[in-house]
Design a protein. Structure first.
Length: 176
């Protein structure tokens, strides 16, 4: 699974620019629950923002949001990812919505959208994270992904070299 660098940075920027629309303790809170008001009246945690952007849900009208959320079609592979990660038997997206709490589904959907591991999600979605901690964790995830990509490229280079050496040897052109 490849990290969705663009979405990680987009969510971080939304939270930085709109701190009044961020509540790391819950994926989605209303003004009544928060005792505050933002331009759309809601706030979201990091996972909640990733989910909203990934599923292309509106954030500026709570009524449209709730209607769209109940009927949104899931992207290919999402239901399978949740079933695999939760060790459940195959079920439809509707059955998954009935089986899991919105909070649990939000975590699964955000992990899928962001392309992060369970360990990375645990760090990033922690309810006690400050913005500074979120920022540090995002950059750690990006660095981990970069190191993984470099390792994969290095492994591919070693593999390609071995193929070249073997082919040269078979053709009698190897420089030994």
């Amino acid at each position: 699974m490849s990290v969705n660098r663009e979405l990680l940075l987009e969510v971080l920027e939304i939270i930085r620019v709109n701190p009044e629309q961020w509540n790391q303790e819950d994926w989605h809170t209303t003004p009544e629950e928060r005792g505050a008001w933002s331009h759309c009246g809601t706030a979201h945690c990091f996972a909640g923002w990733a989910k909203l952007i990934f599923l292309e849900l509106p954030t500026n009208d709570p009524d449209i949001f709730l209607e769209r959320y109940a009927n949104v079609e899931w992207p290919d592979g999402l239901a399978e990812f949740i079933i695999y990660e939760s060790n459940k038997t195959p079920m439809t997206s509707e059955e998954l919505r009935e089986t899991y709490s919105v909070r649990t589904l939000t975590s699964f959907i955000a992990r899928f959208a962001l392309g992060i591991t369970d360990d990375q999600a645990d760090r990033l979605f922690n309810a006690n994270n400050s913005f500074e901690q979120l920022e540090r964790i995002v950059y750690e995830i990006l660095e981990e992904d970069t190191q993984k990509q470099l390792q994969n490229a290095s492994d591919w280079g070693k593999y390609q070299y071995q193929i070249d050496v073997n082919n040269s040897w078979k053709k009698g052109t190897a420089n030994v």
